[in-house]
Design a protein around this ligand. Structure first.
Ligand code: AMP
Length: 358
């Protein structure tokens, strides 16, 4: 049994974006130090962490020095190069573990993994050539979505195919990257479960949130989600099954489509998740603290929901509304300290507490 880390220990975080920033704040509240590893300069997490290493994931010496300076390593994004993980793992434990990354880095591996667990996913086919795509369309039909197997996020690396005459364009949109064709799921709405598993194997799930996307980017998450109590239980059981199968340690985001036939997993993210930001104002222990607790070997905290919350992402020019939002009652602002406003860039979010329970 691994000994839990004590306050004063250092948590290494790969990635210095807003998720790394909010993880650092949560770690700091529990008395831990954080050390960020990030190739880009002036990352949001660097402003609140104890230490930052600015180096590329191919810099073996920097990776080794980083690993030697921390007690455990976690991450805020899943696309960490395998060679970097190999270098780090020789020195310190990485939580969540390698298997979670291997599965979630590749949409095909992920869908195969979920299917083997008996979990419903959209119909899918591997696509590497134009012929593969033609065959996949013959099987799956249209409308469908072609997605790159790796490095897709916020709807990037995706092409919708509404009719077979769009095959050539969709294929060239992938720029030669191995892809999967997914059948279009006729969902009524999208929800996600933010689930946590401790080193001891205890599982705690936050109440599912209902997500609305705009231009492929999450716009809002609302709790409670529109789900029957049976669907709510199903969602939590699906997430627990995934976490157990991976021997997972930490917080995971599980995105689901709600259909008349039941719940379908869209994708899993082995990290804290944008659709879990509402927990900062809706629960005693939020997703960031829950993740830190799990990776340092502590018991999970109480994540039961005590408020109705709507989380709104502040994207690009939404930042201009901040002075106005600052006047609102029951609105909690979380800004990420990004110097430059860019269209489509997540600059912050606001959690509006719409009512408290009891
Ligand atoms: P993803 O990057 O896979 O999370 O996709 C971004 C968004 O595109 C999802 O949240 C859905 O709104 C939509 N989407 C993705 N895959 C499908 C699908 N197979 N059927 C219908 N809509 C989808």
């Amino acid at each position: 049994m691994t000994e839990p880390l004590s306050p004063g220990a250092t948590i290494g975080i790969l990635g210095g974006g807003q998720l790394g920033r909010m993880l650092s704040v949560a770690a700091s509240r529990l008395g831990f130090k954080t050390h960020i590893f990030e190739p880009g300069t002036n990352p949001p997490a660097g402003q609140v962490a104890d230490r930052i290493t600015t180096a590329g994931y191919d810099d073996t010496a920097a990776l080794a020095a980083f690993a030697a300076s921390v007690d455990v390593i976690t991450y805020e994004f899943e696309n960490i190069p395998t060679a970097a993980l190999d270098a780090l793992e020789q020195h310190r434990p990485i939580r969540p573990g390698r298997e979670s990354l291997r599965v979630s880095q590749d949409r095909l591996t992920e869908k195969d993994f979920l299917s083997r667990l008996g979990i419903a996913v959209a119909p899918y086919k591997n696509v590497e050539t134009l012929d593969d795509l033609q065959n996949a369309i013959n099987l799956i039909g249209t409308p469908s979505i072609l997605k790159t197997r790796r490095f897709g996020y916020d709807g990037k690396g995706q092409a919708r195919i509404m009719s077979p005459d769009q095959i050539d364009t969709a294929f060239s949109d992938m720029q030669g990257a191995p892809s999967v064709l997914e059948g279009f799921v006729d969902f009524t709405h999208e929800v996600s479960v933010i689930a946590a598993r401790s080193i001891n194997g205890d599982i705690a799930c936050f109440d599912p949130g209902e997500n609305v996307h705009k231009d492929g980017i999450l716009a809002t998450t609302t709790v409670p989600a529109r789900l029957t109590s049976a669907q709510r239980t199903d969602a939590v059981l699906l997430a627990a099954k995934v976490l157990n199968a991976l021997g997972y340690v930490g917080v995971m985001g599980v995105e689901l489509f709600v259909t008349s036939q039941g719940l379908i997993i869209n994708e899993i993210a082995p990290r804290v998740h944008n659709s879990g930001h509402w927990t900062q104002q809706g629960c005693t222990v939020d997703q960031f603290e829950q993740h830190i607790r799990a990776v340092v070997g502590w018991p999970l905290g109480d994540g039961s929901r005590y408020a109705d919350v709507v989380m709104e992402n502040l994207i690009g020019d939404d930042m201009a509304r901040v002075p106005e939002i600052a006047h609102e009652a029951n609105a909690s602002l979380h800004l990420y300290g990004k110097a430059e406003v860019k269209p489509g860039r997540k600059m912050g979010h606001v959690n509006r507490v719409t009512s408290t329970l009891k």
